[in-house]
Design a protein around this ligand. Structure first.
Ligand SMILES: O=C(O)c1ccccc1NCC(=O)[C@H](O)[C@H](O)COP(=O)(O)O
Length: 230
């Protein structure tokens, strides 16, 4: 399986086209009014119509109530609901059952305890997304362009798949691919020239670098597997 690339926080037709043309597998639409990437529902609907069938559509919300999720489902019909707040495992299960959509649960990581707590969501969320834990005074819980110590993820149960985010960009994503066993990567700030303003060249560079790094890792793993058999 090839590495999944998600470009998050798209809010214009041009940025969306750049992500789709570059070959992004998932595109993220942010519904969080305090974010510079917040999209109005009608814009989101139009962007989703363009993206449908070309990439999976992810609707990102933070501690959403069911009314918001119903509105997003009716207007945007995303393939995924990304929960980026303090949703409990029980709430994740409830959202999944009630709205009938795959759920990606984002978890902020800064300590080994944060990684240990992730286990409670395994088998409940359809996918886990690890992000840097935001500082206490942050105005939003993600999309801050901050990395975290990826070695903390070495303690995670090897059976648990995850995507990686938090401060990724074209300069560090190859190392992230090599260093972790993430099945996918997610970027927002790292493909922007200013908060909320995506840059087509940066999107292309991020996707191309990620694909090359993933191919190299696959070739290395294949070589190692062959050597261990001989
Ligand atoms: O992007 C936002 O403004 C945002 C607001 C509220 C919750 C989450 C938000 N973003 C999450 C993401 O875009 C990504 O999933 C992830 O955090 C990567 O962000 P970045 O470090 O900026 O690449």
């Amino acid at each position: 399986m090839s590495l999944i690339i998600k470009i998050c926080g798209l809010k214009t037709d041009d940025a969306l086209e750049a992500a789709l043309d570059a070959g992004a597998d998932m595109i993220g639409l942010v519904f969080f009014p305090k974010s510079p990437r917040h999209v109005q529902l009608e814009t989101a609907k139009r962007l989703a119509e363009t993206a449908r069938g070309r990439a999976e559509i992810v609707a990102l919300t933070v501690n959403p109530d069911d009314a918001l999720l119903e509105t997003v489902m009716e207007t945007v019909a995303p393939d995924w609901l990304q929960l980026h707040g303090k949703e409990s495992p029980a709430r994740v299960a409830e959202v999944r059952a009630r709205h009938g959509r795959s759920v990606m649960k984002a978890l902020g990581i800064s300590t080994a305890d944060d990684v240990a707590r992730a286990g409670a969501y395994a088998g409940i969320a359809d996918r886990l997304l690890f992000d840097a834990k935001p500082p206490k005074d942050a105005t939003r819980p993600g999309g801050l362009g901050e990395t975290f110590d990826w070695s903390l993820l070495d303690a995670l149960d090897p059976a648990v798949d995850f995507m990686l985010s938090g401060g990724l960009d074209a300069a560090n994503v190859a190392e992230a691919v090599r260093r972790t066993r993430a099945i996918g990567v997610d970027v927002s700030s790292g493909v922007e020239r200013a908060p909320g303003e995506k840059d087509a060249d940066m999107i292309r560079a991020f996707v191309a670098t990620t694909r090359t790094a993933a191919d190299e890792k696959f070739a290395l793993d294949k070589g190692a597997a062959k050597r261990s058999l001989s």
